[in-house]
Design a protein around this ligand. Structure first.
Ligand code: PMP
Length: 380
């Protein structure tokens, strides 16, 4: 059998490990930050109808500019901005939906591909990307796949970002790309807009704010979308995989200055979003309310998880996301294995003493808390 070592692999990829959340078939899967709820039946029917409509024209390439999808995504983000501005009682007119125009939107097969496009355009060989670790494990992998070097800068003990230390690190490393993730995976921590602004001011390169979990954040969360006007090096990436319960469809998107979006056209493959994907995503976005209905239930389960974990004596980090990070297992990997043995899969992210678990349905969350209670009793 041929081994990887015998192939003429790029030098910078030799010895690298691929993204690899374990895939284990157990009844309760709370390990990859999915949305626990199935797509609601009326939305399933709408998607089926839209997909059927395009099936006959699959002989043709899709709309390369995904015009309708872009328009619907711009409308959705405009609504997010208006709602947030309304809640804070300020600037509603300045930040109204019209500020997110379709030409400010990019979309791709998952926000992972959006990130890849950004790194292909702004990273690449000889360039540097910087992120605040621990954070999403794909950020360094995507940077390295583009040929860029990744520098990880530490966070405070509670996983917040120290603004002065962040600015100093940006000045020291002078990165071409800065990754921010708010709410942060795997810690659930949010980064305030003031901190993002300071990092943006300090940076020469582009600043990516990965908001994959924004919809799960508390009502006082403010999206970095508010910062877009006048900041042409800023990009806010989002996904339909989490709040929209649409991970299987692979639709991620981003908002930025139209010139920034133009840069991504230089690196994407032509027709990267299939007609099927565009049709399914458009149908889903026409049913945003039904799809997002599960968010509140998941937030309630997240709160239940946090309380249950604290009752069991774990240290629990405040989460604005659909998962919770907790610390205190004597042997996290052994605890993870005991949970797998009882049919519950969570995530061992290899962070000292920590494990991460997703908010599931009420039944799944109960199953986890019960299995954990039993497993903790077996701890040495
Ligand atoms: N960003 C973050 C922070 C994530 O946690 C994930 C998925 N785990 C993604 C991006 C990518 O999601 P997708 O490609 O499904 O949009």
């Amino acid at each position: 059998m041929t081994s990887l070592d015998s192939l003429p692999l790029r030098a910078d990829l030799q010895g690298a490990a691929p993204y690899g959340a374990p895939v284990i078939d157990v009844p309760v899967r709370l390990n990859v930050n999915e949305n626990a709820f199935d797509v609601p039946e009326p939305v399933v029917r709408a998607i089926g109808a839209r997909v059927a409509e395009v099936a006959a024209s699959l002989n043709r390439y899709p709309d390369r500019e995904f015009t309708e999808l872009r328009t619907l995504l711009a409308g959705y983000l405009g609504g997010v901005l208006a709602a947030e501005a309304g809640e804070s009682g300020s600037g509603a007119s300045e930040l109204a939906g019209a500020r997110i125009r379709p030409e400010m939107i990019w979309a791709a097969n998952g926000s992972n591909e959006v990130l890849l496009h950004i790194l292909q355009a702004f990273g690449g060989p000889g360039r540097t990307a910087l992120g605040f670790v621990p954070s999403y494990s794909m950020h360094p992998l995507v940077a390295q796949a583009s040929g860029a070097r990744f520098v990880g800068v530490g966070r405070n003990a509670d996983f917040t970002i120290d603004p002065a230390a962040a600015v100093a690190a940006v000045r020291e490393h002078d990165p071409d790309v800065v990754f921010l993730c708010t709410p942060n995976n795997p810690t659930g921590t949010r980064t305030p807009l003031e901190v993002i602004e300071r990092i943006y001011e300090a940076a020469r390169g582009i600043v990516i704010v990965d908001e994959a979990y924004a919809e799960f954040a508390g009502s006082d969360f403010r999206s970095a979308l508010h910062l877009l006007p006048g900041r042409e090096r800023l990009v806010v990436s989002r996904t339909m995989s989490k709040a929209f319960a649409f991970a299987g469809a692979r639709v991620g998107y981003a908002a930025a200055d139209p010139a920034f979006v133009d840069a991504l056209r230089l690196v994407r493959m032509p027709y990267h979003l299939s007609s099927l994907t565009q049709a399914a995503a458009c149908a889903a976005l026409e049913h945003t309310e039904e799809l997002l209905a599960g968010v509140r239930a998941l937030v309630a389960q997240r709160e239940r998880l946090s309380a249950g974990l604290r009752d069991l004596g774990f240290e629990v980090f405040d989460s604005d996301s659909n998962f919770v990070l907790f610390r205190g297992a004597a042997d996290p990997h052994a605890l993870w294995q005991r949970l797998v043995d009882s049919g519950v899969l969570i995530r061992d992210i290899g962070l000292d003493g920590c494990l991460r678990v997703n908010a599931g349905t009420e039944r799944e969350t109960t199953a986890f808390l019960e299995a954990l209670g039993a497993a903790v009793e077996q701890e040495p």
